[in-house]
Unconditional design. Structure first.
Length: 288
């Protein structure tokens, strides 16, 4: 069944676990993520970036929606890193149950204004909204190094109060994509943020971060954890291996099938690490 971030992250916060937010690019990723959630009886967030929306079109959304609507576990279908209101409008028109407004490249005031507008729009559709403060490395490299935690505790409080976002991503030292030097999770800033607001907090760029660091971040208050690269790696690795070891292969279902199984296994591992296995039965409300 399809639901929003609100009940899913509320339960996570209450019971001190985190819900995995996994990016999809195609049929096999959507199947792998939703089957893994079903087998682990876990709530799950499946997300499409604007690039995935262009790559897969509405068809990618519709097949993901079909899989989500027909599973017994709660699934949030979320827009990841929407940077323009037009991305959000399209996602909401397609009936995504949740959207992210990432206006973190703008000044604080313009970020607040853009996120407020996103919340007004999404809440009219009964969808949830994630906002972002600070910088996550990799795709947001226009701000570098020390600037990544360039927000104050006061700004976190003002942002949460003014925008009324349902989840808040913070730049905490992680990076999108393959691991980079000095990647870390600033647990001190996280603890202070947790004490300052009740808004569920989100960790982006969480692929290839050590399990102990992830567990600590959950203890310190993270309730949504974004993973993309660590699904792309086993998928591509499995395709590469299958094609390299059997030169006669020509049926895509054979090499995409093993790649899908590899993604499913990785999603299951993450669900167990995040503590969200067997948390699917809190009576979550259906989206719309
Ligand atoms: O944070 C970004 C996600 O990993 C999505 O990446 O824009 O290549 O789809 P993408
Ligand atoms: P990774 O690239 O570390 O998987 O981060 C994914 C992410 O944050 C998607 O929003
Ligand atoms: Zn991200």
């Amino acid at each position: 069944m399809i639901t929003t971030l609100v009940p899913v992250l509320h339960q996570a916060q209450l019971n001190r676990y985190a819900v995995g937010a996994f990016n999809t690019n195609n049929l096999e990723f959507s199947q792998a993520i939703i089957e893994a959630a079903h087998e682990e009886q876990a709530p799950v967030i499946i997300q499409l970036s604007p690039k995935a929306m262009v790559y897969g079109g509405k068809a990618l959304f519709c097949l993901t929606q079909e899989l989500a609507a027909n599973t017994d576990v709660p699934v949030v279908i979320h827009l990841d890193h929407g940077r323009k209101l037009s991305d959000l409008k399209l996602g909401l028109e397609w009936q995504m149950s949740s959207v992210m407004m990432d206006a973190s490249a703008l000044s604080f005031k313009r970020n607040v204004d853009a996120t407020k507008e996103a919340v007004r729009l999404a809440h009219r559709h009964r969808a949830s909204v994630e906002g972002e403060l600070g910088t996550i490395g990799g795709q947001e490299d226009y701000v570098t190094g020390d600037d990544q935690n360039s927000y104050s505790l006061d700004q976190i409080k003002i942002f949460a109060k003014e925008t009324r976002v349902d989840a808040l991503a913070l730049g905490l030292g992680t990076s999108h994509g393959l691991p980079v030097k000095n990647e870390h999770v600033d647990q001190n800033i996280l603890k202070q943020a947790r004490a300052a607001v009740t808004t569920p907090l989100v960790l982006h760029g969480a692929s290839n971060i050590a399990p102990l660091v992830i567990r600590k971040a959950i203890l310190n208050g993270i309730t949504k954890i974004n993973i993309d690269t660590e699904l792309r790696q086993p998928f591509t690795g499995a395709v590469r291996h299958a094609l390299a070891t059997d030169h006669r292969l020509f049926d895509p279902r054979e090499y995409l099938g093993v790649a899908r199984a590899a993604v499913k296994e990785r999603v299951k591992q993450k669900i167990r690490l995040f503590g969200s296995a067997n948390k699917a039965n809190y009576g979550y409300p259906r989206f719309r």
